[in-house]
Ligand binder design. Structure first.
Ligand SMILES: NC(=O)c1ccc[n+]([C@@H]2O[C@H](COP(=O)([O-])OP(=O)(O)OC[C@H]3O[C@@H](n4cnc5c(N)ncnc54)[C@H](OP(=O)(O)O)[C@@H]3O)[C@@H](O)[C@H]2O)c1
Length: 302
């Protein structure tokens, strides 16, 4: 079993590599700087690619079990200038094109392509309940996610099963949103962001990677899947749980205008949200290890 993970050096990819290597997969992490990818588990190795073609890894795609396409410029690394927005979109479309090229060039096709996407597909939806049947949004993130999802659609015409993961906010000790969210709570200044009524779609990183593995293994799983915990919370409700687990107060609101001033359009990540329900995972019988925020945060902050 060989699984190729584009952008596998990142937060999700590293945890996924460990999960799959432990399950006896040969794991190939495609990185633009493979020499800098360290600390991989036994059974995983980094291979170089250019982020836009199958050059250098075409032969590895031949007969692979799965290609998991996670690569893309970080959306939270800084203010969304026009140049950064372009990189966020282009890097994802180019990675998708590379995956299609690798699948088309393989003598024996990979069995499945797992295509990354994000809850941002749905656009800002307040606390409206969102399932996979909900329509896409039309803000910047939705405009990134919609073509990102279709960037690997061609593999289906080549006879390859494809599942799309619309991931919520991945909670991990090692990076992503959680360590940053904890900062104000540490300083006794935690609380709701903006109105606090916006949905806060979250998932424990262990459930994120076990859902991806499950989608690789389930031969009947195709199409979009919301990867978010079944307990849907608003931003204020999540903040209250975080405060309780950290034994810190959670009543200090951060006004929306202040976040907009500091972060510009990027503030949408904090001020807008969705109540994202993992309807299709639940319908297919997937079991979450951390279905509630309380359980997830107690595990992560233990
Ligand atoms: N973490 C979350 O909460 C979350 C939620 C929803 C969706 N997602 C999406 O899921 C994917 C994986 O998430 P993550 O948190 O693991 O991301 P991450 O930590 O930012 O890792 C993404 C990887 O993509 C590669 N990359 C960055 N810029 C690139 C570019 N211009 N061209 C090609 N590759 C590039 C990098 O690998 P190299 O530098 O080694 O090439 C990086 O390690 C991302 O696309 C992200 O948008 C994440």
């Amino acid at each position: 079993m060989r699984t190729i993970i584009t952008g596998g050096s990142g937060l999700i990819g590293r945890t996924l590599a460990a999960e799959l290597a432990a399950a006896e997969h040969e794991v190939i992490i495609l990185s633009r700087t493979p020499g800098r990818v360290s600390g991989l588990p036994a059974g995983a190795r980094a291979v170089g690619w250019d982020g836009r073609s199958a050059e250098g890894w075409q032969d590895l795609a031949d007969g692979a079990t799965a290609i998991v396409n996670l690569a893309g410029e970080s959306i939270a690394a800084g203010r969304w200038t026009a140049a950064r927005k372009q990189r966020i979109a282009d890097s994802r479309h180019q990675a998708g094109a590379a995956v299609v090229q690798a699948v088309a060039g393989a003598t024996t096709s990979p069995q499945v392509v797992i295509q990354a996407s994000a809850v941002g597909y749905y656009g800002p939806r307040g606390d409206e309940t969102i399932t996979e049947d909900s329509a896409p949004g039309d803000d910047f993130l939705a405009q990134v996610c919609v073509p990102w999802e279709t960037s690997t659609e061609e593999v289906e015409r080549l006879g390859v099963r494809r599942a799309i993961i619309r991931t919520g906010i991945v909670l991990s000790r090692d990076g992503g949103a959680l360590p940053q969210m904890m900062l104000p709570f540490r300083l006794f200044a935690g609380g709701p962001l903006g109105s606090g009524r916006q949905g806060f779609p979250w998932i424990h990183h262990a459930d994120e990677v076990s859902a991806i593995r499950w989608l690789i293994e389930r031969e009947d799983a195709c199409g979009p899947f919301n990867l978010a915990a079944p307990e849907t919370l608003t931003n204020a409700e999540f903040g209250r749980v975080l405060g309780r687990v950290m034994r810190r107060p959670a009543f200090m609101p951060t006004p929306g205008f202040a976040l907009r001033l500091v972060l510009g359009e990027l503030s949408t990540l904090l001020l807008d949200g969705q109540r994202q329900v993992p309807q299709r995972l639940l319908d297919h019988g997937f079991t979450f290890r951390f279905p509630t925020a309380e359980a997830a945060l107690r595990d992560l902050l233990a």
